[in-house]
Design a protein around this ligand. Structure first.
Ligand code: F6R
Length: 242
């Protein structure tokens, strides 16, 4: 594991964007695993700027998002489809047919999950997976006590996650309780992983993920067993790491 402590959110985001840009430059047809949430927002902005000002080319890249809420259509502004379109895809030249996000409105969820894993495998697997981390140590929406061997599946979100996500919703009752998420096994099959953490509220989770025991109680701790992980931690999230 390479651990980088960034001096602030800007620094974390620039470093993350440089790694993604390097991946796409070296292999234009890279398969990128993408995350949503607050953490990668500025990284996406930096990538958009690299695209607009320096010609960073995503035209051959393929993308697979980690997760999507169940029951939200792609036009719902709380959906991760909406998030990705507005915060990244609408501003770069990723081809629409190369974008993959689980369908939160799928009639047959089991089938949707199987198909999602099949498509990832069909593209040769994920080259670079971007991850954020939940305050409870989740990655994707793999909540504590998840099975490490899970592939893409339906998950019930923990109350801690629902509460954290409620900041984006007017009414707590509107926050989805279920999602489709890549499983730990899907994530661990990525060739490279980039884990990002910012904010003091992530300090405990990131510390336990990196230095604690490998346990389903902290799903991110499994990353200690991956051969190519870079963790970029903004200073306040790294307060316990010295
Ligand atoms: C998002 C995802 C989640 C988030 C995590 C942190 O696609 O899979 O694991 O990365 O919940 O969220 P933020 O960045 O909002 O703190």
């Amino acid at each position: 594991m390479r651990i980088v402590i960034a001096k602030d959110y800007e620094d974390m985001s620039v470093r993350a964007a440089m790694i993604v840009a390097g991946q796409v430059c070296l292999k234009p047809a890279s398969v990128l695993g993408l995350a949503t949430g607050s953490t990668p927002l500025l990284m996406y902005k930096k990538l958009i700027r690299m695209h607009c000002q320096a010609g960073l080319d995503f035209s051959e890249a393929l993308t697979f998002n980690l997760d999507e809420y169940l029951g939200l259509s792609s036009s719902d502004e709380h959906s991760y489809h909406w998030y990705m379109n507005h915060n990244f895809f609408n501003h770069v030249n990723v081809q629409r047919e190369n974008i993959h996000i689980p369908d939160g409105m799928a009639q047959d969820i089991e089938r949707e999950c199987r198909e999602y894993d099949r498509k990832i495998l069909g593209c040769g697997g994920i080259d670079l997976q971007i991850l954020g981390i939940g305050t409870n140590g989740h990655i994707g929406f793999n909540e504590p006590d998840i099975k490490f061997e899970a592939t893409t599946h339906k998950v019930k979100l923990d109350l801690e996650t629902v509460t954290a996500n409620s900041r984006f919703f007017a009414d707590f009752n509107d926050v989805p309780r279920y999602a489709i998420s890549m499983g730990i096994k899907t994530i661990m099959h990525a060739k490279k992983i980039l884990l990002l953490a910012n904010g003091e509220n992530k300090a405990d989770a990131i510390y336990r993920a990196i230095y604690g025991g490998i346990t389903p109680e902290i799903p991110a701790s499994i990353l200690q067993l991956h051969q190519d992980v870079t963790v970029i931690i903004e200073q306040s999230a790294a307060k316990d790491i010295r």
